[in-house]
Design a protein around this ligand. Sequence first.
Ligand code: GLN
Length: 229
Amino acid sequence: MLKIAVLYPDLLGTYGDGGNGLVLLERARRRGIDASLAAVGLHEDVPDASIYLLGGGEDGPQRLACDLLAKGSFSSRVESGAHVVAVCAGLQILGHSFSVEGNEEYAGLGLVDVVTRRGSSRSVGELAVRVGDRWLVGFENHGGRTTLGSDIAALGAVARGRGNDGVVDGYRSQRIWATYAHGPVLAMNPWFADEVLATVLGEELEPLASVADRLYAERCATLSLRPLE
Ligand code: GLN
């Protein structure tokens, strides 16, 4: 059974990033894969899950979400095998520290070797990232700039927008995908949703055609992103 858990959508759901959970659930179920989706509310324990989803959030809710996650079992569950897709505030929370409003540095969960500092301006607008031979599209709205440690790989190279620093976006470790892209990113990038699903399930998936394919192609065309394959 694939267990999907969206963490604190009340705090980390500014741009409907909780929709990432629905996308994984539907893409699994349409292939006949048994899957469940939990939305974890404030002050609820973090349940056992195959994959956790963390979304974006404003500075205050982001700090509260970080405090709640630090107190519970989230980190140990990730360290013992769970997967994570983290967007924007979620991406920052998993790192060593983030400084958002007023440059105040705040301790993150330290699960990933990255640090986020306040930039001189917000990064707002379209975001397009080359991930291997695919484009990942979405939009960004954040004040943080993220620096990767020497042992952590970026998710991809920025072609439009800023992502972490104008050069790369997000990060990718064995079980964690992180990006600045809202959308929800798994709705806008069906190939990415399937890459996550296949990795979590440890199996190849049958192709699954849906309206998301056409919307993705239209988005890439609108952004003048040439096909990479
Ligand atoms: N509060 C963070 C920042 O501004 C994250 C914003 C977001 O998740 N959209 O950098």
